[in-house]
Structure formats: C-alpha cells, structure tokens
Design a protein around this ligand. Structure first.
Ligand SMILES: Nc1ncnc2c1ncn2[C@@H]1O[C@H](COP(=O)(O)OP(=O)(O)O)[C@@H](O)[C@H]1O
Ligand SMILES: [Mg+2]
Length: 357
C-alpha cells in the first residue's frame, strides 16, 4: 500500500464545515499504513455529529476507492481552530507598510509583485490604503469594478487582473473621497470581506498595500488573517526613518507579533542620464540600513529615484516590466523570497491576533 496514493485520495475529501480539502487544510494529524490496516487521525474543529459522520464516510470511502480491501481505522480529535491554517490558498501574506505617505509603498508593492511573478510565483495584491488606493491606476485598472459571482449560493467578489496580477482594492468599492472618511467598523468589514468574500486564486504571495502609519486597517488585517511578515518602506532621510520606526514597532508589539521581513529604501539616489557615474543623494543617505538595524531586520534593497518609475506608475505600465528598469525589483524579489523561506523555518506561523479592548 502506497501512503502517497492514500494521501492523494484523501486530498479530494472536503471538510463539510468549510468546504475546503482536508489535506489542503492540514486536518490530517497522522496517517500510518500497516497493510491492510490504515490508521488515520483527523483533527476537526467543533463538528456536529451529522457532519462528523459525513466526513467519516467520505474519508473511509476515499481510501477504499484506491484500496478496496483496506481496513480503515479513523479517529477524530478536536483541535484548537487557531491551529488550522486560515486561508490555506494564500500561502504567504506579506504586508507592505510605511511611516508616512509618498515614500513609494504602492510603487514598491506593484513592482515587487511583477518581479515575483516573473520568477514564477503566483502573486496577488490587496490594496488596503484608505488615503489613496493607487494600485488600480498603477496596474491600468482605473475605473473598473470587480465582478460579483454566485459561489455555492453566496455572492463573491472576483478580483480584477492587471498584468496577470489579481487585485482587490478599496478603490474598486468606494470613491476616494468616501474612503478617507470611512469609520473604523465599516472599514474593518470591507477588509474582512476582501478575505472572506473574495475568490482569490491559489497564491504564493498576497501583498497587502497598507495605509501609511498605523490604524484601523492594520489592526483589522492582523486580526483577520495570519500575516507572514511585514516589509517597511522608507526614504533615506532621518525624519522618514523616525516615522517608519513607529509604524514598524506596532507589528513588533508582543500582542501583535508579526515578523519584520526587511526594509526597502526607496528614492535612495538620483543618477542623471548624462552623468551615469554620478549619484546624488537627494533625500540623504543611510536611512534604510538604520531602520533595519533598529528593527533587528535586514535591508532588502535600495531603489533609486528614476523618472521612468514614476511615469510607469502613472501610465499603468510598471517599471518592473521594462528590462532596463527591472533590476532593483528583481533583486528585491529574490531577497524577499529568501527572507520568507527563512522566516518559515525560524519562527512559528503567525496566528491571528486577538485584541480585546
Ligand atoms: N523610485 C522612484 N522613482 C521615481 N518616482 C517614484 C519612485 N518611487 C515612487 N515614486 C513616485 O512617487 C510618488 C509616490 O509613490 P507611491 O508609491 O504612490 O507612494 P505611497 O504609496 O507610499 O504613498 C508616485 O508618483 C510614484 O510614481
Ligand atoms: Mg500608496
């Protein structure tokens, strides 16, 4: 008897509670094969009797479909629902944060996403910036609205796609003038809907473009989804670093505890075309490295100030798609995937934050 064949058969069994696969959801606690006996332990949430039976039959049936003579011993144990991965189709949720606006958070999000995609990863973007959801413009999706589709009798939002990146944005749902005046509870509901009522494809990375600073959106995000880690974006000057530090420290609070994957320093220098060997440090120097050290993390990379990066953003044709401009973003993408791999082996998975007030 081949254990992998059994696992494969079990991967088609759905948890009657969530409708998601039991393998995909990590519900199989153990599987031992001692032909013709198969011992299977499933960890379930609080299933009622009827659903428990349904799952029981489905799992035994799946094994016997490949090995009709198997003698399946199935046990179910109830687990803490927090140990079951929430949103298993979103493998890594990476938030992009900054101390203040205008440092290039959205520009980095879009170009990083495209660079990751180029390296073969499935990437999506969730634009949660209330103060200026600019991702739709940067990906050429301005003015479009996501489709609503009926999935198992419930209405679901289908992300729009720009340059092959599925995107959901506050900008698709509300007018910019309305967005800024949205109160906390309403805002929280929308952020939750982006996770619970939106059909995301299977993604290696969901990048979340956060508003600058700290606020309701940040808290809702960490309370809704297990955020793998955070990237801080800053410009090189001291004042920007001071602001970014405050933003970063929110994630490092013991009660929040989301790892900082690294820092991106944007607008690090300017090099005029006619003086290709010159670097002008318009916004000062060293801020990214300094912030990384203060946050006990690493500098993921530096991105120079380049007119075409700005133009690409405005025109919906991001710089990462241009071979001549892509290099800093390709490098950021490689460093980020390394950082995420290290984070996954070094630290326990993030749990959704419980904040009681
Ligand atoms: N490296 C860069 N070179 C040139 N322009 C940039 C760069 N990074 C960002 N910009 C421009 O700066 C402005 C602010 O960037 P944006 O990504 O919208 O910042 P944020 O999301 O932090 O508010 C945009 O017009 C953007 O095109
Ligand atoms: Mg922005």
């Amino acid at each position: 008897m081949d254990k992998n064949r059994i696992l494969q058969a079990l991967s088609r069994v759905k948890d009657p509670e969530s409708g998601l696969g039991i393998v995909e959801q990590n519900l199989i606690k153990s599987l031992t094969v001692d032909a013709p006996n198969v011992h299977l332990v499933l960890q379930v949430g609080d299933l009622n009797m009827e659903k428990k039976n349904e799952l029981n039959f489905a799992a035994i049936g799946a094994v016997q479909e490949v090995y009709p003579d198997a003698n399946v011993n199935l046990h179910m144990v109830v687990v803490d629902p927090e140990n079951v991965k929430k949103y298993p189709h979103l493998k890594n949720i990476v938030a992009i944060a900054s101390g203040k606006g205008g440092v290039g958070k959205s520009t980095m999000t879009v170009n990083l996403a495209l660079a990751l995609k180029k390296q073969g990863y499935q990437v999506g973007i969730l634009d949660a910036d209330v103060y200026g959801p600019s991702i739709p413009i940067m990906l050429g999706l301005k003015g479009k609205k996501p489709m609503i589709q009926d999935v198992h009798g419930r209405p679901r939002m289908i992300p729009l796609e720009g340059h092959g990146i599925p995107v959901m944005s506050l900008g698709f749902i509300i007018e910019p003038e309305q967005a800024v005046v949205l109160r906390g509870p309403k805002l929280s509901t929308i952020i939750q809907q982006f996770f619970n009522e939106c059909v995301w494809p299977e993604l290696d990375y969901l990048l979340v473009d956060l508003p600058p600073g700290t606020g309701d959106v940040h808290l809702t995000l960490v309370q809704t989804a297990p955020v793998t880690g955070v990237i801080m974006v800053t410009t090189p000057q001291d004042v920007a670093v001071a602001d970014a530090l405050k933003g970063m420290n929110m994630f490092r609070l013991e009660s929040v505890n989301v790892p900082i994957l690294g820092v991106i320093e944007n607008m690090s220098w300017f090099t005029p075309k006619e003086l290709p060997d010159n670097k002008y440090f318009i916004f000062g120097q060293g801020g990214g490295q300094q912030l990384a050290e203060m946050g006990d993390t690493q500098l993921l990379g530096q991105v120079p100030l380049v007119m075409e990066i700005r133009e690409g953003g405005d025109e919906g044709a991001p710089a990462a798609l241009d071979a001549l401009l892509a290099e800093p973003f390709d490098q950021l993408a490689s460093r980020l995937t390394k950082a995420v791999e290290n984070r996954v082996v070094e630290k326990a998975p993030t749990t959704v934050v419980n904040i009681t007030t």
